[in-house]
Write a protein that binds this ligand. Sequence first.
Ligand SMILES: Nc1nc2c(ncn2[C@@H]2O[C@H](COP(=O)(O)OP(=O)(O)O)[C@@H](O)[C@H]2O)c(=O)[nH]1
Ligand SMILES: [Mg+2]
Length: 324
Amino acid sequence: MISAVVPAHNEETQITTVIDTMPDFVDRIVIINDRSTDRTSDVVREHSAFGTDRIVLIEHEENQGVGGAIASGYKWSRDNGIDIAVVMAGDAQMNPLDLPDLLDPVVEDRVDYTKGNRLVTGEAFRKIPKIRFYGNAFLSLFTKIASGYWHVADSQTGYTAINKAALAAIDWDSMFKRYGQPNDLLVKLNVEGMRVQDVPVEPVYNVGEKSGINIRKVIFTIGALLVRLFFWRLREKYVIRNFHPLVFFYGFGFLMAALSVLFFLRLVVLWTAQGVVPEITFLIWLFTFSISFNALSFAMWFDYVENKHLNPPMETRDIVRDDV
Ligand SMILES: Nc1nc2c(ncn2[C@@H]2O[C@H](COP(=O)(O)OP(=O)(O)O)[C@@H](O)[C@H]2O)c(=O)[nH]1
Ligand SMILES: [Mg+2]
């Protein structure tokens, strides 16, 4: 059985489209009304399919944020015999025609989790608002480092599919409740040894959606979250559950990087005060800088090798269609 988890917050104008365009092979549409202040819930109840098994409406008493809404939908799916759960936003920003491609690698048990990647279409740069595009690129890079899934990009997409094993493995109550949810989940999947793959999907904008994201704020909160998750993953994966010397490389690399910053500051101070760059300070700076660069690169390389089997590269496909 396949479920579609649909987080919805003030989506009265969009939710009908999401229900109406849902492909037939989706057995359960699990809509989580995240304490909307508009008629989202009524619109769902008035839909002709409401009352059948196909529509499940979960009402949050309190607003929890998109991550909290997804967690509720996942828990329902886990407890109700669902084999694969996909997440599709309540604002119709996911093209249902992409769904079979997203499901295939999970159905064929090649991976445990797939996520959409909107950046490969060539249209991405034109379609996605600029600040979102750059913010996304920045967060995607740091998500690679934090999660260990080096072939995963477009970390902020909400279009994903997850199988039963992964649904059972993750503690959904501890998942990040707001927009950092996809990043949080990726890191946890990695610690659980789950296989993850990107699938090209179409970026959809201007279908009447209204985003709740404050980009500047979100970049800082998710940035801070990624730093925490990164150290948590290193500890869980390479110290507690299984040891790997890459932690020494990371530790030494960060130490040298910190020293290199101090010597750089000293260099600038002495240079402004005396007008000449003291050679010995310059050499120490160069030494700490190069050695930290080397140690950090090695650490990342080891991490990449350790995770390669969990993260097959994306198979590119032609997603230009006549029907969209
Ligand atoms: N803004 C917001 N969206 C929520 C919340 N809870 C669930 N959602 C849903 O999460 C999905 C993605 O949110 P959206 O703001 O559109 O993000 P964006 O598409 O990345 O700009 C939408 O379907 C929302 O209805 C919440 O507390 N705030
Ligand atoms: Mg949206």
